[in-house]
Design a protein around this ligand. Sequence first.
Ligand code: SF4
Length: 378
Amino acid sequence: MERQNGFEQGPIRPPSEASSLLLRVNRNCPWNRCTFCSIYKKSKFSIRSVENVIHDIDSVYKFITRLQDPGTTPAALQRGLSPGEEPAFYAAYSWLQGGMESIFLQDADSLVIRPEDLLKILCHIRSRFPGVKRITSYARSDSVARIDDGMLKEIAAAGLNRIHIGMETASDTVLQLVRKGVTKETHIAAGLKVKAAGIELSEYFLIGLGGTEFSQLHALESADALNRINPDFIRFRTLHLPDKITLFPDSETRYQWAPDLVLAYEILTLIEHLHGITSRMTSDHSYNLFQEIDGTMPQDQERLAGVLRKFIAMDCEQQVLFQVGKRAGYFLRLGDMVAPGRMAQVREICRQSDITPANADERIHEIVQDRMRRGMPF
Ligand code: SF4
């Protein structure tokens, strides 16, 4: 049996799970071959034993019970902790502060473990925390597609009520180039399976994954898959890749990063080709240029497309000011450009950084690359 190494949490969660308790079911990613993803590259995949996951749940339960005791204080509890107890204590404390409404199962693909084991973990969560409203997880389409329909319904009944799938793209060409390890049909089959089980589904679209050459194909194929799945959420992420990474290693085709204007057309194509779906579309990551994309299909489709059309119709200088101002934190949305003070500050940044309409894409790319090297946000 796997040794108990104490309470564990993995490195990432979706932004929408900021208040969730993070419970590590397995470590790292069972696939770990996508060329654009470096999160788990130096880490080996392993499955934690059910006993150890249950031990983590019980540790959090123990501290939640103590924290809710009116006869004690967090500071008093903290003073009595042994070093090994600290991670579970802090996880319990911040979860309690966040309202204890949701739990996120880590790491990259909790659906890859034996379904019977996942059921045991979910049942234990329910017995310890019956008030939890949401239990969610990342999953690979490939893992979901392998699970029997009836079993997935049992998993849903046991409490797993939202799955986040990194679709990234549904273009088979791009999927193959970036070694995603799934096909468009697998993405669709997995998405439909999740929905049929009564589990909420978030699908992630990775802006820029096809580079300049496959940008439109990436958008069109993804729109087609999303139309067939009708996920509850479509979430945008933007590809930011260090130049040293070879995105298409198995091909003669060289990945050519796409400028913001190409990406704006990419998102517009995706939105314009969505039909017959009721998904909520959200650009819920600060690295996205168009963070104001947030609405529900079909009623908000024209408004969301309008954001891209407005950017595309702007003159070059205005586009550059938005590109720079958004990344520098002066603008969140296009409408913020009416503030004269902020505009003046962004113009000054452009002047100091020597950014002009003629060199903007290259300069912004260089700055983003430099910030990535230094581990800074952009
Ligand atoms: S499946 Fe997800 S976590 Fe794993 S390598 Fe690909 S993008 Fe990264």
